[in-house]
Design a protein around this ligand. Structure first.
Ligand code: FAD
Length: 456
């Protein structure tokens, strides 16, 4: 009976699939497609957090900017993410230390922390109401075997000045954190927001500031040189500088194809909880929670009182493609996570499910640099699913760099980006590792389920 219900729930969830994610609607004031030839000081490709922040910062400095966006501003990961504004606490300390050493890891941590401050200043400066809840974030364990990892993360983070507090069972319950999350580390930095409202707020601010935004305008290629000439279906845009803010979609444009890997990440959102369900749940401060699984689960409440659950099952699409299609296996896994962590809410209807793409370098470090003989094609990618703050900040740093001075936070990102294997090895390797991670996580989850049955 239980299995049948689950299948019905999954089938119903699939009916709610949204091609544009759960947070945004297609703008009613869609900006016209580029037709003919235009010129500017800077052409920006992609209108997510990175592209829009770069545009806003450049216009502020009196620079003429053209933004070319394939769909509409916010169509990519910026309009689809889980809405965690996180600083340096979530970085892969071990991997970074091995690759770039302590000093540069500190710079990367500083960069992510500054990303939080920059996004927060955007909310104030552009008067963006994006339901930001500066609650801080909790990285939680769901089984006793994960405690060591939580404590180890706290220790490593402290080496880089990230203060986090260990919350034991008693402290978690005091905060009203749902009981499936046994213990965790709490970082009093950042929080959760509605990413759709944030990115649409940036879009509005950019249009008001005089940024020329062309939507429904896909860049197909460009000619390098002292003036970069960018081609779209019906026109061209020329400028002495270009910023590629196309993130996970960049490899399809022929740049970073051997460095940046698009990974599909998925989300489900439940129907709103009733006042009674909310009262029973507790979770008064609504801290965003991520788990310390190999592939994390993220669990948060929204301002509309729904639960958004993301990640858990991540996959690489063959050939670095980014098809905008549902991922049934991921939604199934997320619905299972809903039942595992919130058994009392497992029959909640699903309001929406969706997927999007993050970009990832094999060392997990940001991929930011300049290409072309003239080094006038700037790119930013590889934020590994931590781009709400960082990809916002990078727009400001690139604008400062174009002004002639390289800010120290940008200089701190320079490193040799490792290459990835060619296909089909890349597909087999990445998805092989992902499957192993899923299996390790499932072993933990099975132990949790077994313990819960034992308790009943
Ligand atoms: C499900 C999910 C959950 C996530 N959760 C979090 C989270 O909680 N916290 C966090 O910090 N990060 C999270 N992320 C990652 C975060 O959303 C990204 O790092 C960030 O939004 C990247 O911003 P961006 O501007 O670089 O790229 P994007 O927002 O992807 O923007 C790129 C834009 O380029 C456009 N484009 C692509 N190709 C072309 C072309 N040829 N011509 C013109 N335009 C083009 C696209 O349409 C798109 O609008 C999540 C991502 C996903 C998918």
């Amino acid at each position: 009976m239980e299995k049948w219900n689950r299948e019905v729930q999954i089938a119903a969830a699939l009916e709610t699939y949204r091609t544009i994610g759960g947070w945004v609607e297609r703008p009613t004031d869609m900006q016209a497609e580029l037709t003919g030839d235009v010129s500017a000081d800077v052409v920006i490709v992609g209108a997510g957090f990175a592209g829009l922040n770069a545009a806003l910062e450049l216009v502020k400095r009196g620079v003429k900017v053209v933004v070319l966006e394939r769909e509409f501003a916010g169509f990519g990961a910026s309009g689809r993410n889980a809405g965690y504004l996180a600083g340096g606490s979530g970085v892969k300390f071990d991997l970074f230390l091995k690759r770039i050493g302590h000093e540069q890891t500190q710079k990367i941590v500083d960069y992510f922390n500054e990303g939080v401050r920059h996004a927060e200043s955007n909310f104030r400066q552009y008067e963006i109401d994006c339901d930001y809840n500066a609650s801080g974030l909790i990285s939680a364990g769901v089984h006793a075997s994960q405690e060591k990892k939580v404590l180890e993360n706290i220790r490593k983070a402290s080496q880089f000045g990230v203060a986090s507090e260990f919350l034991d069972q008693a402290k978690m319950r005091e905060r009203g954190i749902p009981p499936a999350f046994l213990f965790g580390s709490y970082v009093n930095c950042g929080g959760t927001l509605d990413p759709g409202k944030y990115v649409m707020g940036l879009r509005r601010a950019a249009l008001q500031a005089g940024v020329k935004l062309y939507e429904n305008t896909e860049v197909s290629s460009w000619e390098m040189g002292p003036v970069v000439k960018v081609r779209t279906r019906r026109g061209t845009a020329s400028a002495p500088h270009m910023i590629l803010a196309s993130n996970a979609y960049t490899p399809q444009l022929g740049l970073l194809a051997d460095k940046v890997i698009p990974l599909r990440v998925s989300a489900i959102e439940t129907a709103p909880l009733s006042p009674n369900q909310l009262a029973e749940l507790g979770w008064w401060k609504r801290e965003g929670i991520v788990t310390v699984h190999e592939t994390m689960e993220s669990h948060r409440l929204t301002a509309r009182n729904s639960l958004v659950i993301t990640t858990k099952r991540v996959r690489y699409p063959f050939g670095s493609r980014t098809p905008n299609v549902p991922d049934t296996a991921a939604y199934r896994a997320l619905i299972t996570a809903l039942g595992d962590r919130f058994p009392q809410l497992k029959n909640l209807a699903i309001r929406a499910c969706w997927s999007g793409y993050i970009s990832f370098a094999s060392d997990s470090l940001p991929v930011v640099g300049a290409a072309g003989e003239e080094e006038n094609i700037f790119y930013t990618a590889g934020c590994s699913g931590h781009g709400v703050g960082a990809q916002s900040l990078i727009g400001r740093l690139l604008a400062e760099r174009l002004g002639g001075v390289e800010p120290p936070l940008l200089a701190g990102l320079h490193h040799k980006v490792p290459g990835t294997a060619p296909e089909p090895l890349r597909w087999c390797g990445i998805n092989g590792v992902m499957s192993i991670m899923d299996r390790i996580d499932e072993r933990v989850n099975r132990k949790v389920r077994a313990a819960n049955i034992g308790d009943e």
